[in-house]
Ligand binder design. Structure first.
Ligand SMILES: C[S@@+](CC[C@H](N)C(=O)[O-])C[C@H]1O[C@@H](n2cnc3c(N)ncnc32)[C@H](O)[C@@H]1O
Length: 244
C-alpha cells in the first residue's frame, strides 16, 4: 500500500513540479470529454478516484457543469488542495478513503450509483491483484451504462522503450521546471526523476493486460483511447443502458 502519497511533501512536489509537465494533458482531457459525451452525456453523479487536487474531476466538471462530483483520496493534504479549487456552490463532496482497503466502497454508501468514474495516475500504485479488485469494485459502483476512464501510467513493452519514455518525460519535466527556475540544469531534473520517493511505489502493468482484466470483469467497449509512451487513457462502460 502506498503511504508516501499521504505526506504533504510528496503532494506538493507532485502538484508543483510534476503534474503540469505531463505531456498533452489537455488532449487527454479532450478525449475523456469525448468518450463521456458519447456514452453518458447527461452525467449525474461522477467520481474522481485518487483525486489529488482533483485536476481530472475539475476537467470533467468544466464540460459537464451540472454533474455532482465525489472526490476520493486517502491523503488529507491532497484533499485540502482539491477543496481549494472549488467554490461553496459547486456540488462537490470530499471523501477520505483508501481504495486498497476492503471496505472503502462502504464510505460511499451515502451516494447512489455513479454514472462516470475517472481516475488519474493513481491505481498503478497497487499490486496487479489489487488493481483487479479495485476495477471490480468500480464496476460495482457504476450505474448500468456507467463509464470508467483511467488516465494511467502503464508499463513499457521493453526496457529500451521504457528508456525512451524516461528521456521524453525528462525533457518535458525540464521544460516545465525551467519556467519557474530558468537556471535549473537538465541533470538536476534527471537526478530528481530517478531518485524520486514515489518511484518505488509504482507497480506498472501492461495496458493490454489491464484492458483484458476490464473485459473479464464485464466492461464492454474496452479500449485505449489515448497513449503516449507509458501515459494512457483506457477504460470501458458497464452494459445495461437501453437508450444509447
Ligand atoms: C500521482 S497522484 C495523481 C493525482 C490526480 N489524480 C492527478 O491526475 O493529478 C496519485 C493520487 O492518488 C492518491 N492515492 C494513492 N493511493 C491511494 C489509495 N490507496 N487510496 C486513495 N487514494 C490514493 C494519492 O494520495 C494521490 O493524490
Amino acid at each position: 500500500m502506498s503511504s508516501e502519497w499521504k505526506t504533504k511533501e510528496l503532494s506538493d512536489t507532485f502538484l508543483e513540479n510534476v503534474r503540469g509537465a505531463i505531456p498533452l494533458a489537455e488532449t487527454q482531457f479532450e478525449v475523456m470529454h469525448k468518450m463521456i459525451s458519447l456514452w453518458f452525456p447527461e452525467v449525474g453523479l461522477a467520481m474522481d478516484l485518487g483525486c489529488g487536487d482533483a485536476v481530472v474531476g475539475r476537467a470533467l466538471l468544466s464540460k459537464f457543469p451540472s454533474a455532482e462530483l465525489v472526490c476520493v483520496d486517502f491523503s488529507e493534504s491532497m484533499l485540502d488542495s482539491a477543496r481549494e479549487h472549488f467554490s461553496k456552490t459547486d456540488a462537490v463532496h470530499f471523501v477520505e478513503a483508501d481504495y486498497s482497503s476492503s471496505d472503502w466502497t462502504g464510505t460511499l454508501n451515502d451516494f447512489g450509483g455513479f454514472d462516470v468514474i475517472v481516475s488519474g495516475f493513481s491505481i498503478h500504485h497497487q499490486t496487479d491483484e489489487k488493481k483487479q479488485e479495485v476495477y471490480s469494485e468500480i464496476y460495482g459502483l457504476l450505474n448500468p451504462g456507467g463509464v470508467f476512464l483511467n488516465l494511467e501510467h502503464v508499463s513499457s513493452s521493453t526496457k529500451e522503450v521504457e528508456a525512451a519514455f524516461d528521456d521524453y518525460f525528462i525533457d518535458s519535466l525540464y521544460e516545465f521546471n525551467r519556467k519557474a527556475n530558468p537556471e535549473i540544469e537538465r541533470q538536476t531534473v534527471v537526478e530528481k526523476y530517478y531518485n524520486r520517493t514515489d518511484k518505488q511505489e509504482n507497480i506498472l502493468a501492461p495496458l493490454e493486460e489491464q484492458c483484458d482484466w476490464l473485459r473479464r470483469i464485464g466492461f464492454q467497449d474496452v479500449d485505449c483511447f489515448f497513449k503516449i509512451f507509458e501515459l494512457t487513457l483506457f477504460g470501458g462502460r458497464k452494459p445495461g443502458r437501453k437508450d444509447l
